[in-house]
Write a protein that binds this ligand. Sequence first.
Ligand code: ADE
Ligand code: ZN
Length: 324
Amino acid sequence: MTTPFPRELVRALPKAELHVHLEGTVDAPTLLALAERHDVTPPAVTEAGVDEWYKFDGFPMFLERYFVVRDLLQDPEDFEYIAEQYMATAHAQGTVHVEFHVSASGHILEGGKAWAPIHDGIVAGCQRAAATHGMTWGLIPDISPHLPAVDCARAFDEVFAHNLDHVLAIGMGGPADRWATDRYQDIYAKARSLGIPGVSHAGEHGGADEVRFAVEEFQAVRIQHGIGTMHDPSVVELLVDRGIPCDVCPGSNLALHAVANAEAHPLSAMLDAGITVTLSTDDPPMFQTSLLDEYERAWNWCSLDMAGMEALAQNSLDARLIKP
Ligand code: ADE
Ligand code: ZN
């Protein structure tokens, strides 16, 4: 039997959350309010109904619904509101630093929106929350790789032409099917030429080959998920040797059936192998989770003690991409 999770002690540890999608922070009340505000029929009419709609049989079903939520965000005020709201939620979990992934190419290419007002709305919300709660934060505009690289590159030209003061990295979400046959590398190269590093989802539903591709081709300095890494010792070695952290979200992996159950999750093996692991929520209300819930999963699944909790919290602070 593991000892009960010391929630209040873990809350008190300063922590960073490095893998959370801004669009995925829209909870049921906010979703209903956005639908009413924009005169759109919501996917369910009650909060309980939305929470039920936030249950998925796998990644494709999740992505379909994630895009519905994404497209409910229309005005700068919507982005400002959810950014400020999630910063407050994070503060209540003992989080001192948040890095928001934002589906930039999706908003621009599929939502037909301009980047500047979205960006400025998010910045306004983050700045207000940061002043209230004494937190730091930054943005990771994401490529949506179900869209052609040439279009994503055009969208990112718009991102790169706007204020980059708060852009800590660019990222890659979604399915990896087109990575090998399209040229997303060029967008990462352009970012690096502007002094902006890259991070990437990899090895979430796919294997270690995705993680290797993200490190070698995108030059990712952090991997989101990376749970497929353990299938190939040479990729484990690559991450360990280069000190590339994996931002793991155990609750997301369960909710999207990336693993069958807790016993099948490689978190413990990743820690034992010496991979730098940080914990995050990914899309917290969509997966009925919080950052402390994720630390609780690590506590139970890996039989950790308080020193293990402190190490995970410290990893998250060390892996921050803070502007000099
Ligand atoms: N975008 C939002 N959540 C995601 C996830 N779990 N994997 C990839 N892209 C995402
Ligand atoms: Zn993610």
